[in-house]
Every structure is written in structure tokens, then in C-alpha cells.
Design a protein around this ligand. Structure first.
Ligand code: NAP
Length: 500
């Protein structure tokens, strides 16, 4: 059977995939489908349901600029609120009929003869002339490499795959990891667990959380006078850009924030000075993701909560033994150990012109042009691809910028009757040389920590080493001469795309 042929396939219905669907529709490209493996939209905000999960970026900025929500109940939203926002965006923008829920991508291979991506999905085969991956970076859980983890007899749960049937009341719970997810879940676990052991390898810099409930007045103001919400967003953007400026050019200036974090620690644990040193990082603030909490640090003052800083040696059926020979008996193990991030989850499944996957081409150290297009992978757009993450700010801003560039490519294809477009290899190379040069002075390389931002070869492959505004400027300046294209007239005649 001939597979259905469509103009564009989008993989994922999180912020980036939905953003793509909306941008396509608004730009008049109606022939597209979105494949989403989950039963609803949301991406990371659908997957992550651990207690305490919320966004550490203010919602007025962490939302589409073209779809503001005047009704955020809190300034930093919990995950459910964000998921509902995305659902509303999908409904209001009319993209729901384009989404095939419960369908996952197994493989996407460029078919030179069909001049299209041949997609093998859990729901059969598809031909898509253009492929947009919106598969995010923080998807596949990373499990810690600790001897005997498989032998643990109790329940093991990763923060990103929370099991709500888990009854933790009165249980002895161990948490491995003290990153952004753990910092949110630990205070919640402490409320119910009988005993809580937190296994910390590296402490995080924790700053006071400025979250608050929004007032009826400000919500009415935002609704009535949208300019006020735009002003609020602009203010937060500037504040974040100052953070980006410091992270990328003057990391030393973060000493002030380190002082605030130390002050916060002392205030949160005034009666436990013996814990202060253990909870104080020895690397520059910003080197790892900065965390925000008014509850995390004070949790260690509770009598049933223990901070374990001795390294873990082994896990057995009943608990964890640490280097000092102490055995910590546990009923449940919570893994807050993060994600496999340096490559997009789809990298192993996307096969380019020469038969190699993105994963093969990248070999653990990915690069793209503007994080979005890759030489040798025609008509492919990788949202939240290499170097599109941020030290401070909102990835939604980056997604929108990538979409401006992607839509400019698609429009150029239509205007100039092009069958394929991809970046020139030399342009992509020069861009990445520049990204790596700019990365040299950043806190991520010089801050004295190891983080998921860096690939094994030490390159910064995840973060944009400049201002969000600089990325927006680069992506807006679309230049067809930076790309290799094939005129549509040069490719063999093929069936017209079938509208969905
Ligand atoms: P993460 O930041 O990668 O933290 C993983 C934690 O697990 C670290 O403390 C790490 O210690 C520890 N760990 C990993 N392997 C270990 C091992 N073998 N033994 C001991 N400890 C181990 O992961 P995450 O907390 O899930 O956060 C990931 C990213 O998700 C964040 O950086 C952020 O971008 C995003 N996130 C965002 C929000 C939000 O509010 N927007 C919330 C949650 C997550 P080391 O530091 O020593 O490696």
C-alpha cells in the first residue's frame, strides 16, 4: 500500500511541537500532522507529574508570546497549569485535529527517490516532505550507575515517570540526586515519608523562590490592558538577559548571588550550622542550573530527614551502603538523576541522506545550524536542537525564534519552488566554531563543575552562549544563500500531497 504523503510531519506535542503546529497554521501551511506518543499535549509537562513539579521560569515569560495567558493563578506555575495552558492553545488555534495521539515515531529516513522523509510510526508508514522534531531534550530518564540497583527489592521510581499509586506514608524513602527535580520533590516527600535519606553527590546553589499568587486586580489588568502583561514579560526578559550576560561574559559577578544563596541557607537552617558546609557548592553559581526553593533547604532541619553526602558504594535488596560503611535501609528509592540530554531523543531514529543517523553523525557531540537545520538532513528542523537551551530565560523564546527560521525556510521553498533545503556545510561549521568560541568564557565551562550541558568531549552542546535577543536576531535574518537547495523542477514527478 502506498503510504499517505503529507507536506509536513511534526514529532511531539509539547511546547515546541505545538508551537510548530500553530506557526504552520498561522503561516498558511495547513497540510501537516503532529505525532504525539502520549494521550494528550504537554510534552515534558505531561510526562513530569512528580509531587511539587512546577516551572522555575515565570509563566508570563514561559508561554507563547502570541498567546498570553492573563489568568495564571501563580507567577511560577505548577505543571498541571502549564499543561492546561498548552491544551487551551491547541484548542484555540485549531491544531487538535492535526494531532495523532498515541502514535510514536520509530524511524524517519530520508528517501531520495520520494524526495521525502519516510516515517515508520507505531501507526504505520507516512511520507512527509518536511520533518519538524519537537521531541525536547529532557525526555529519557537517566539511571544512576550504581552496583546492585537492579537487586533493590522495593519500588524504584524516577521523577520523570512518577507512579501515583506509590504509597509513601510512613515508608523509608531514599532520594538520589539534588538537581532541579529533586529540589522540588524532596520537601513533598518529607511530608509523608517515615524517614527520608537524600543522597547528595554535588550540592546545588539554591536561591529564594519569588513565586506568589497573582491578585485579581493584576489578572483583570492583564486582561483589560494587554500592554501591561507585555510590559511584565519585557521586564522579566531583561532581567533574564542580565543573567545571560553574566553567565556568558562575567561569571564572577555571580558572587553576589552566591552570597544571597549562602544567606538563604543560613536563614533556612539557623539551628543546623553543621549542615551549612555540606549544602554549599564549591563551584561558581550558574555552572549548573540555578535552583529556586523556599522549602528544600529547611527540609534538612526536620528530624526524620537525613542528608547523606558519603558516596554510594552499592545497592542491595534492602537499601544503600555508603563509603563510610553505613547501610541505609530503604523501602522506596526515588531517582532524581536527570535525563539523557546531550542528544535529542530522536537522533538515533532520524536517518539522513547518506544513510547515517543524526546520532552517528553527531557521535555524542551534536551540532546544527542555528540549532535547527543540519547539513545532510534535507527539510529537517530540530526544535530545541543543539545549543538552543538557556542558562537563564525561557526556552519558549528560543522555540519561537527557531520557528521563525523554520517557517522562513518553508516559505522560501514555496516561493522559489524548492524540493529540498538544508544548510551549507561550511555555514554550519562556521556557526558552530563561533558557538564554541563564545562558550569558552562562559560559567558553564569555567565554573568548576560538571553538568549535563557539556558533551563528553567537553564541548557545550546544549546552551546558547549569548543573549536570547542575539538568537532571535540571527534566526530572523534568513538568508537563502546559506543553504543548499534543490529546485522542484529537478526532481522526478511525484504524487501531489494528500491533505489531512
Ligand atoms: P539534573 O539536574 O541532571 O540532576 C541530577 C541529579 O542527580 C544531580 O544532583 C546529580 O549529581 C545526581 N546524580 C546523577 N547520577 C548520580 C549518581 N550516579 N550518583 C549520585 N548522584 C547522581 O536532573 P533534574 O533535576 O531532573 O533536572 C534536569 C533539568 O530539568 C534541569 O536542569 C532543568 O533544566 C529541568 N527541570 C526544570 C524544572 C523547572 O522548574 N523548569 C524542574 C525540574 C527540572 P551531580 O550534580 O553530581 O551530577
Amino acid at each position: 500500500m502506498t503510504p499517505q504523503r503529507i507536506r509536513t510531519a511534526v514529532i511531539g506535542a509539547g511546547f515546541s511541537g505545538l508551537g510548530a503546529a500553530i506557526a504552520l497554521r498561522r503561516a498558511g501551511h495547513h497540510d501537516f500532522v503532529v505525532l504525539e506518543r502520549s494521550p494528550d499535549v504537554g510534552g515534558t509537562w505531561w510526562d513530569n507529574t512528580y509531587p511539587g513539579c512546577r516551572c522555575d521560569v515565570p509563566s508570563n515569560l514561559y508561554s507563547f508570546s502570541f498567546l498570553p495567558n492573563p489568568d495564571w493563578p501563580e507567577t511560577f506555575s505548577p505543571r498541571g497549569e502549564i499543561q492546561r495552558y498548552l491544551r487551551r492553545c491547541a484548542e484555540d488555534e485549531g491544531v487538535l485535529p492535526h494531532i495523532r495521539f498515541g502514535v510514536s515515531l520509530d524511524r524517519a529516513a530520508w528517501d531520495e527517490d520520494a524526495v521525502a522523509w519516510r516515517l515508520q510510526t507505531s501507526d504505520g508508514e507516512l511520507l512527509a516532505e518536511r520533518l519538524i522534531t519537537g521531541t525536547g531534550g529532557l525526555v529519557e530518564p537517566k539511571l544512576p550507575e550504581i552496583d546492585g540497583l537492579d537487586s533493590f527489592a522495593g519500588r524504584v521510581v524516577h521523577t520523570a515517570r512518577w507512579d501515583h499509586s506509590l504509597d509513601l506514608a510512613g515508608k523509608r524513602v531514599g532520594v538520589i540526586g539534588t538537581g532541579s527535580s529533586s529540589i522540588q520533590v524532596i520537601p513533598e516527600l518529607a511530608k509523608v515519608a517515615g524517614h527520608l535519606d537524600v543522597f547528595q553527590r554535588t550540592p546545588a546553589w539554591v536561591l529564594p523562590h519569588m513565586n506568589r499568587r497573582t491578585s485579581r486586580l493584576e489578572r483583570a489588568l492583564f486582561r483589560r490592558f494587554p500592554v501591561t502583561q507585555r510590559a511584565d514579560r519585557a521586564f522579566t526578559t531583561v532581567y533574564m538577559e542580565v543573567g545571560n550576560l553574566i553567565m556568558t561574559r562575567r561569571p564572577g559577578l555571580f558572587r553576589t548571588l552566591e552570597a544571597i544563596s549562602r544567606w538563604h541557607l543560613k536563614r533556612q537552617l539557623p539551628d543546623h550550622p553543621q549542615l551549612h558546609a555540606k549544602l554549599t557548592p564549591d563551584y561558581r553559581l550558574g555552572c549548573k542550573r540555578i535552583t529556586l526553593s523556599n522549602h528544600y533547604l529547611r527540609t534538612f532541619g526536620r528530624p526524620h530527614v537525613e542528608l547523606v553526602t558519603e558516596g554510594m558504594v552499592a545497592v542491595d535488596a534492602g537499601g544503600i551502603t555508603t563509603r563510610d560503611g553505613v547501610r541505609h535501609e530503604l523501602d522506596v528509592l526515588v531517582l532524581g538523576t536527570g535525563f539523557q540530554v546531550t542528544e535529542m531523543p530522536a537522533a538515533a531514529r532520524v536517518v539522513g541522506r547518506d544513510g547515517r543517523t543524526l546520532q552517528d553523525v553527531w557521535s555524542g557531540s551534536p551540532e546544527a545550524y542555528l540549532g535547527t537545520t543540519v547539513a545532510g538532513f534535507p527539510n529537517l528542523f530540530t526544535l530545541l536542537g543543539p545549543n538552543t537551551g538557556l542558562g537563564a530565560g525561557s526556552i519558549v523564546t528560543m522555540i519561537e525564534a527557531q520557528l521563525d527560521y523554520a517557517v522562513a525556510c518553508l516559505d522560501a521553498m514555496d516561493t522559489h519552488r524548492l524540493a529540498t533545503i538544508e544548510p551549507r556545510e561550511d555555514v554550519q561549521h562556521a556557526f558552530n566554531v563561533d558557538v564554541q568560541q563564545r562558550s569558552q568564557g562562559t560559567v558553564w565551562l569555567s565554573g568548576g563543575c560538571s553538568s549535563w550541558y557539556l558533551a563528553d568531549d567537553g564541548r557545550n552542546v546544549t546552551l546558547w552562549p549569548d543573549l536570547m535577543a542575539a538568537f532571535e536576531k540571527r534566526t530572523r535574518a534568513f538568508d537563502l544563500t546559506e543553504h543548499v537547495t534543490t529546485p522542484a523542477d529537478d526532481v522526478a514527478a511525484r504524487p501531489e500531497p494528500v491533505a489531512v
